[in-house]
Design a protein around this ligand. Structure first.
Ligand code: XIL
Length: 384
């Protein structure tokens, strides 16, 4: 009898504790689910680097309310995709258009974001009057007026500037831009000095594509060293990161991260996207002025006009996972990762280098739903 009683008490205790355990596990599971669901890009990577997106006119003027909700939820840094380029913000010598740039800065401030200025000195999307200048002193005056006025106007409000964009050729030599032709090598140093004077606290960066390439990497290293030797302030190197499913290799990207951070500057990935479309020709990087009209309307160049097949969706997710694994490995050297566009429907890669294609290079699809690549990179933080 006594034994039976003991056994019964033991069984009861066992059952109560088992139920307790099950409850605890259930509670933990629910807690985990809530945490996972509430993770966004900016919360997941909060301790690692800023994470952001380029924004277009309809984000800035408030018309694209759905994308704006997503921007506010997912990102903590913004870059203006086009509105601050020379031809838009300073189309004529004495004309500055601040309508869109004021709204852009206000959008970043409303969301408490790290606000990027893109870009001060670039050979592309330039105001036509600059191309008519043929003497060095006039070019210097125009650089001065452009940089002083714009950086000065947003002093303390734009936190980071792409001061010079795409000044290098693929072999690391300096590009024969109008600035180089008219002013010689020193235009880069001059631009950085002007920006530092106009806002001493702003972060000043050199930005370019294909910076994973060893020869171009060497060119950037030289450019940064030259500025540093002159005592000119340069804070970071922006690697644009217009990449594909196949390349560049993680090793090449890593070697550039190491080479740039060895110079004592921050590394940023400023225009990240991963094209899934065929590029059978030698694209020679992302030089925007190349012309591939002859491929327009060719269905073999536009294989996923409706949805992206699972096999490619998975490849894209794996590619983003590999890229973000590398970013996390070097989070002490990387200060910002910015995607070039909010969702696939808004990517410049639908029209470049061939117009009218359907590309799928970002983390959100055309309905603004997160893709597998999004889950995959957030997953890297869940594992930790
Ligand atoms: C692109 C924009 O996304 C397009 O809308 C525009 O037509 C051309 O420029 N490198 C840069 C970016 O630094 O400014 C470019 O943006 C893409 C390549």
């Amino acid at each position: 009898m006594k034994i039976n009683f003991k056994i019964t008490v033991f069984l009861l205790l066992f059952m109560v504790s088992a139920i307790g355990c099950e409850k605890k596990e259930e509670v933990e599971e629910v807690e985990e689910q809530v945490n996972e669901e509430s993770l966004t890009l900016k919360s997941a990577f909060a301790d690692d680097f800023f994470i952001g997106s380029a924004v277009n006119d309809n984000h800035i003027n408030g018309k694209d309310t759905l994308a704006l909700q997503l921007i506010g939820k997912e990102f903590n840094t913004l870059t203006p995709e086009n509105i601050m380029k020379w031809m838009n913000i300073h189309p004529e010598e004495n004309t500055f258009n601040y309508d869109m740039s004021d709204q852009y800065v206000a959008l970043g401030e409303k969301n408490n974001m790290h606000i990027v200025g893109h870009t001060l000195v670039w050979h592309s999307q330039l105001a036509p009057y600059i191309n008519t200048i043929s003497d060095s002193a006039t070019m210097a005056d125009n650089l001065k007026s452009h940089i002083n006025t714009i950086v000065g106007k947003y002093k303390g409000r734009i936190h980071s500037w792409d001061v010079v964009n795409e000044a290098l050729n693929e072999d690391g030599t300096l590009r024969e831009s109008i600035f180089l032709k008219v002013m010689g090598n020193d235009y880069i140093n001059y631009a950085f000095q002007l920006a530092a004077l106009a806002d001493p606290a702003a972060e000043l960066n050199y930005n370019d594509y294909n910076l994973w390439k060893p020869e171009k990497r060497a060119g950037v290293v030289q450019l940064v060293k030259d500025l540093q030797a002159k005592g000119t302030k340069i804070d970071g190197v922006g690697m644009q990161a217009h990449w594909s499913l196949e390349g560049p290799s993680i090793e090449d990207i890593e070697n550039s991260i190491l080479a740039y951070s060895d110079l004592g500057v921050k590394v940023m990935f400023t225009e990240l996207d991963v094209t899934v479309l065929p590029n059978p020709w030698d694209l020679n990087g992302a030089a925007v002025e190349q012309n591939y009209d002859k491929f327009e309307g060719d269905p073999t160049m536009n294989p996923y006009p409706n949805t992206l097949p699972d096999s490619i969706q998975n490849k894209l997710a794996k590619r983003y996972e590999d890229i973000f694994n590398l970013f996390l490995k070097h989070k002490d050297k990387i200060s910002r990762v910015t995607f070039w566009g909010v969702h696939d429907g808004q990517s410049w890669l639908n029209d470049w280098p061939i117009k009218g294609r359907t590309n799928h290079p970002l983390l959100f699809d055309r309905k603004l739903n997160p893709k597998k690549a999004y889950q995959q990179i957030i997953g890297l933080k869940k594992q930790n």
